[in-house]
Design a protein around this ligand. Structure first.
Ligand code: G3P
Length: 217
């Protein structure tokens, strides 16, 4: 599964990219507002720090405006993916941008029917929002399973990008459900390394090694 980071903080993203495990980045207008600074400068910095796909979202409401914004965003760097909302206008823009060879990420997906339409519009990625579905008492992970089955039934190559991830368990379950990618808040990414038995095991190994009085180098 590809691991993306859900953030617009260029400095933090550059640090996380140093792990060698980050395949891409997703941003949205709320994350850009939280990070502050000039949008295009931020995007350039992120795209330089992370060589994989970097999703940047349009804010126009009509297809024509989204296409124009998408083309401008795409000029920022060659790894930009244009992020579009799952609306009738968003899917029109998705179809047009896809025809131009522009990669797209259709966002704010909350149902399998929406995901089917996005695939038919040629989306490169579909972003189902797991956490926000769980927040309203629905089953976010079931949505991933439904989309996986539908895409496999018809051979759609749209990649499932599990979004609105809140925990390591979400990452595990999305991987088990066959999501192609997951976009993780930085704190969730860092939490994936952690296990108490790793910490205590390492402590014991180092203590025992020290007692031997030897060194490897
Ligand atoms: O980037 C879209 C998505 O991951 C947002 O997550 O936590 O705001 O529901 P969240």
């Amino acid at each position: 599964m590809q691991i993306f980071i859900d953030s617009a903080d260029a400095k933090e993203l550059a640090a996380l990219a140093g792990s060698g495990l980050v395949d891409g980045v997703t941003t949205n207008p709320s994350l850009v507002a939280k990070a502050g600074g000039d949008f295009f400068e931020t995007l350039k910095a992120i795209c330089a720090a992370v060589p994989g796909p970097v999703s940047a979202e349009v804010v126009a409401q009509d297809a024509e405006g989204m296409i124009a914004e998408g083309r401008k965003l795409r000029q920022t760097a060659e790894n930009i993916v244009v992020k579009l909302p799952l609306t009738p206008e968003g899917l029109k823009a998705c179809k047009a941008l896809t025809a131009e060879g522009c990669p797209t990420n259709v966002t704010l997906c909350f149902s399998a029917m929406q995901a089917l339409l996005a695939a038919k519009a040629g989306a490169t990625y579909i972003s189902p929002f797991l956490g926000r579905l769980d927040d309203i008492g629905a089953d976010g992970m079931e949505l991933i399973r439904e989309i996986r089955a539908i895409y496999d039934n018809y051979g759609f190559d749209t990649q499932i990008l599990a979004a609105s991830i809140r925990s390591g368990a979400h990452v595990r379950d999305a991987a088990l459900a066959g999501a192609d990618c997951a976009t993780l808040p930085p704190a969730v990414f860092k939490s994936l390394y952690k296990h108490a038995l790793t910490d205590s095991g390492l402590e014991a190994f180092l203590k025992d090694w020290k007692a031997t009085g030897q060194s490897i180098l």
